[in-house]
Design a protein around this ligand. Structure first.
Ligand code: 8YV
Length: 314
């Protein structure tokens, strides 16, 4: 029989994407394999495995890229590539693709939703009504959104969409590697931005430069009336420093869609009345996930046809 190409799938996807993957490849679901079966693949290095399909935050281990002589592509369903070793992929002649732009609007929409929900205490207010507490008295007052100063860390494709939306509410400033041609104030570093912001929104990539960028120093620059919103990556925030700042009232609150050890969320965050938590859902709409799936498939189809990857990082 004519053998079909094999692909390793690193994480579960939508039924649509999984069906389309099954149509094209013999699929190995890495997350369903026990350690011995994984080790078997790592030591035999099956040359039929031409693709790894993964998501933005799971990525793939270096050992897998090293082990597979027939590997041609790591196709990421997402834009973050912090868990894929680009230098190694390049050295091995393996292409890496992402799904840029199609998720910008959703991620920006969720960032704005988190800002409003956090300052206006929407989830505690919902819990208050459900618990029947309204009949015993009014809900405590929240904080005003309009007029707040918004500071965006990372004005890339997503950051700029967040800026456009938040500009309807108050002044927007940003920091990043360089100033851009935009109508928002640039600050050269996160500390200066934090000092001049009420709400600090993280929209930068996760890399060595941004690891624990939001540390004690930045949180103290933001101050006791300040809020943090993270839709980027957990690693951008020193979670222990954030927890301490929340517990000691050195910042007012935080809304987090991403975490350092997700899906593990520390108890100190899960029990804090000052935080709003979502399970990495910023790109999670049916519409956008369909578009992301189609981009993954375009990249895989290009690989199968021997063409250049349309959304290649390298
Ligand atoms: C999703 C993301 O978590 O794009 C990213 O980098 O983190 C998200 O879109 C994920 O990649 C969807 O599979």
């Amino acid at each position: 029989s004519i053998s079909r190409p094999t692909a390793i799938q690193m994480a579960p996807f939508s039924a649509y994407l999984e069906e389309e993957l099954d149509r094209r490849f013999e699929i190995i679901r890495w997350f369903d394999l026990d350690p011995a079966a994984q080790q078997q693949i790592l030591s035999t290095g099956d040359a039929a495995i031409g693709a790894i399909v993964t998501n933005g935050h799971v990525g793939c281990p270096d050992a897998l890229i090293e082990a597979l002589p027939g590997l041609k592509i790591v196709a990421i369903h997402g834009v973050g590539f912090d868990r894929v070793n680009l230098d190694l992929a390049k050295r091995k002649g393996v292409g890496v693709s992402t799904t840029p732009n199609v998720l910008n609007e959703d991620v920006a929409d969720l960032a704005v939703g988190l800002v409003i929900a956090l300052l206006r205490a929407v989830t505690p207010a919902d819990a208050f009504v459900r618990a029947g507490l309204w009949e015993r008295g009014d809900f405590p007052l929240a904080r005003k959104v309009t007029g707040r100063r918004f500071g965006i860390v990372g004005l890339g494709r997503i950051g700029v969409e967040i800026a456009r939306r938040l500009a309807a509410f108050g002044p927007v400033a940003y920091t990043g590697s360089k100033p851009k041609d935009v109508p928002y104030a640039f600050h050269p570093d996160a500390r200066t931005l934090a000092r001049n912001s009420d709400v600090l929104i993280l929209a930068c990539p996760s890399n060595e430069q941004t690891r624990h960028l939001v540390n004690r120093d930045i949180l103290d620059a933001l101050g006791p009336q300040g809020y943090v919103v993270n839709i980027a990556r957990g690693a951008v925030v020193d979670e222990a420093a954030l927890i301490a700042a929340l517990e000691e009232g050195r910042i007012a609150g935080a809304a987090l869609d991403v975490f350092e050890q997700e899906p593990h969320v520390p108890d100190a965050l899960r029990t804090s009345p000052r935080v709003l938590l979502t399970p990495h859902i910023a790109s999670g709409t049916e519409e956008t996930r369909r578009d992301m799936a189609d981009m993954v498939l375009q990249n895989l189809d290009a690989m199968l046809a021997g063409n250049a990857l349309p959304h290649a990082l390298i």
